[in-house]
Design a protein around this ligand. Structure first.
Ligand code: FES
Length: 105
């Protein structure tokens, strides 16, 4: 069953910003990438690094794992560089009544 969780008002997450939300045992990083809201699992597939705390490259739409430096595509969750080679989960985002919401299946 799909759950919808509210993150925050869209205006509270300006471009370049991020926030981390928790839902049950998941931690999810929600990013504003030049106006596009993207959500990715906050757990690197390589060694559980805190992925959403890494460096955001808005132009490339990537985040760099702060632990060992793997780059992940924020749209697909796919790793673009080693040492990670397994994708992380991404979550559909919708904006309703000015609020950012995530769909969690
Ligand atoms: S934990 Fe992310 S690259 Fe190793």
């Amino acid at each position: 069953m799909t759950e919808i969780i509210s993150v925050c008002p869209l205006e509270d997450l300006p471009p370049g910003e991020r926030r981390i939300v928790e839902w049950e045992d998941l931690e999810i990083g929600v990013f504003n990438v030049d106006g596009e809201i993207l959500a990715i699992e906050d757990r690197c597939s390589h060694d559980d690094g805190p992925l959403a705390e890494g460096t955001l490259d808005a132009a490339a739409c990537t985040v760099e794992c702060p632990r060992h430096g793997a780059l992940f595509d924020l749209r697909s969750g796919k790793p673009l560089t080693l040492p990670a080679y397994v994708p992380v989960e991404t979550f559909p985002v919708r904006i309703e009544d000015g609020t950012i919401k995530l769909e969690i299946a």
